[in-house]
Design a protein around this ligand. Sequence first.
Ligand code: ATR
Length: 273
Amino acid sequence: MNQYAVFGHPVAHSRSPWIHARFAAQFGFEQSYQAIDVPPETFEQILWDFGEAGGLGANVTLPLKEQAATLCDELSEAAQRARAVNTLIRLPGLRWRGDNTDGIGLVADFQRLGIELVGRRIVILGAGGATRGILGPLLAQGPREIVIANRTPERALQLALESGALGTVQAWALDELQALEAADVLVNATSAWRGEGMALAFGLVDAGTIAYDLSYGATAQPFLAQARQAGTAEVHDGLGMLVEQAAESFRHWRGVRPQTAPVLAELRTLVGH
Ligand code: ATR
């Protein structure tokens, strides 16, 4: 049987085994897809063992995405830009190709939602690994401007410089955002709203702003609730992105892209938000 897996630490909460089982069923494929908890210090060995046992592909989640990039024999352009890998694709001879489907997954979800990015002004809160993963694919959609706002502005500036599109991509400090006009699309890529005391800068949101949180479930709710209170009519969590990035991984492994809408609808009832 074809073997796939998701590696993470912890990983028991992962929805990926469920999602990939639904995708495989659409085509009548028989496969196994396991969630494997991997402490970072054992990742290299476990990946080797997985390959030797016939593993054909894997997803990688926190905190292993950056390490996965160092374990690959080749990287896609998206993975090189992100410096992180969420999809491992088996090559001949126990070698691995790494890709990053997070950004393309987000763009696919925007398309599903009918959110046009050409000529729009996008504000991304956060300048960590998540922002690094989505920046290139968002830029490729032709927005007028992408503002990266971060508590530590140097990290935002670093990403803006690396994007190769300084000017279109701008770096701001999170506490300077009062000075900005409202975003067309506001993306939360921080873990900040999980804690207490975060407040959306007044003026960053108006009735036309679309707010999107990369996380899903209860984690996404505090940010989305604040965006609603600030006047946003349209808010979305990242559950669609989760399913779309998984579909891209599946396509790499199987050469066919599954239908995402029915899987997302079913997952939404399970997640309950
Ligand atoms: P990820 O891979 O999920 O992006 P990360 O690289 O640790 O994780 O980045 C977390 C992001 O959330 C960063 O942008 C971080 O800001 P700093 O670069 O200043 O650390 C942001 N973040 C986390 N907690 C925050 C808080 N309480 N207030 C503001 N920003 C916060």
